[in-house]
Design a protein. Structure first.
Ligand SMILES: [Zn+2]
Length: 426
């Protein structure tokens, strides 16, 4: 945690003369970033510098207030440039910010979850559990885009929800800054949460956030195999480089929308084929398809739970489906965080273009070797027969893998024959 009131964390260096004699004149909360408004006491350079929280823990941005120079910009353009642009084109729009107070406290930790990517918001929010468990004498105040309100865990002292669309969240919102500045006057002591962009998943109890218990691994062989495809039309399961390139073109032109519809049709055929192959192997299996887009009609043996618009009850319904799934299948970027942590296992189709983002959208902890067995990645052009056989292998080999890999079986004193429960349910 980083103290910002009454003592302001100050580990900033002047980007011009490298002096540590830096005065933090103000703290600014424009949205995603929390910035120190700095003045160098040696050379008088005026600059903004990120407090080291969220992604700024790894890539703190510093930029000159007058020349707009971004310092140390290598490899962080995606993070730094939008910030500078947002400063140049500050938004004065009125946006609604709702404040819910559950508990009055004088000393707080402020967890800023504002971000422009769904997964980033969710991952920052997961940091809440650490504070609720270990720092309960301090109040926890969460600031978050409104659509995530339903995931706030019990025990927080305040929630400030901002009604912004994620795609707009990279802006510099004057209103958000004014609101936070004003609210912080109520508190004696304020710390910033480090808001790890990838918190320690092994310690996160997802039920505290979603209200849904994750898949009980002890029931793996007792329940009919259940498979859920996470469906998206902007993250297509393609068959080759050309179709992959077309799928990534974001154009409203007739030709492209026609081609895209053809690719959506191909994707549908592949999903159905995979599920049919699995149905041949596991006749009692349950098949689901969930997602935001709804093109095409699926055969009756597939429970089509896709929706055009989502709301809290649909989000919860989908979470329930994930939690009952032996395997969820999705393409990288299909919001796999909740599915991967609620289901028993997952298979992610990882495009070559996303290799650098490996693991970023997966919330399985991998603290147990059986998690590695259950969490798999495959190439983007995988054929239905290959995918079905990968899935079938996970289901068929699970009992053996569980005995070999699960932490509960490790250690010389434990023999699986004498373990207090049996995995085959007999
Ligand atoms: Zn200086």
């Amino acid at each position: 945690m980083i103290e910002i009131k009454p003592n302001i964390f100050n580990n900033f260096l002047c980007p011009e003369c490298k002096s540590s004699k830096v005065e933090v004149k103000e703290i600014v909360f424009p949205g995603i970033h929390v910035l120190a408004d700095c003045k160098c006491q040696i050379c008088n350079t005026l600059f903004f510098s990120d407090f080291p929280i969220g992604h700024a823990l790894f890539y703190p941005v510093t930029f000159n207030k007058s020349s707009y120079t971004i310092y140390d910009n290598e490899n962080i353009a995606w993070f730094a440039k939008p910030l500078l642009n947002s400063y140049i084109y500050k938004l004065n729009d009125q946006i609604s910010i709702q404040k819910k107070i559950y508990r009055q406290t004088k000393d707080i930790i402020l967890l800023n979850c504002i971000d422009y990517l769904y997964g980033h918001v969710l991952l920052k929010l997961f940091n809440a559990q650490e504070y609720l468990e270990k720092f309960n004498k301090l109040g926890l105040v969460i600031i978050i885009p409104k659509q995530f309100d339903w995931l706030i865990p019990e025990g927080v002292s305040e929630v400030w929800t901002v009604d912004i669309k994620l795609k707009d969240a990279q802006n510099w919102f004057v209103v958000i800054n004014d609101f936070i500045q004003n609210e912080l006057k109520r508190f004696s002591k304020v710390y910033l949460s480090l808001a790890f962009s990838h918190p320690e998943f092994g310690k996160i109890d997802i039920e505290k956030f979603t209200g849904i218990k994750p898949f009980n691994i002890h029931n793996f062989t007792k329940q009919n195999p259940t498979f859920t495809f996470i469906y998206r039309e902007d993250r297509l399961w393609t068959s080759g480089k050309l179709s992959s390139m077309i799928s990534e073109i974001n154009s409203q032109m007739y030709l492209f929308s026609l081609l895209k519809n053809i690719l959506i049709l191909f994707q549908k055929r592949k999903i159905i084929k995979t599920f049919r192959l699995l149905k041949n192997i596991f006749p009692n299996a349950v098949f689901n398809i969930v997602g935001i887009d709804t093109k095409g009609k699926y055969p009756a043996f597939i429970n089509d739970m896709r929706k055009n618009k989502i709301n809290i009850s649909i989000e919860k319904l989908w979470c329930k489906i994930y939690s009952e799934s032996h395997i969820v299948i999705g393409i990288h970027g299909s919001n796999m965080i909740l599915p991967s942590v609620l289901s028993a296992g997952f298979i992610e189709l990882l495009p070559m273009s996303r290799e650098d983002n490996f693991l970023q959208d997966i919330a399985k902890s991998f603290n147990n070797r059986v998690d590695v067995f259950l969490g798999r990645f495959t190439q983007e052009y995988v054929r239905p027969i290959e995918l079905a056989s990968k899935i079938a292998s996970v289901i068929n080999k699970f009992p053996e893998a569980f005995i070999r890999y699960d932490n509960s079986f490790l250690g010389h004193k434990v023999y699986y024959e004498t373990h207090k429960w049996k995995i085959d349910g007999n």
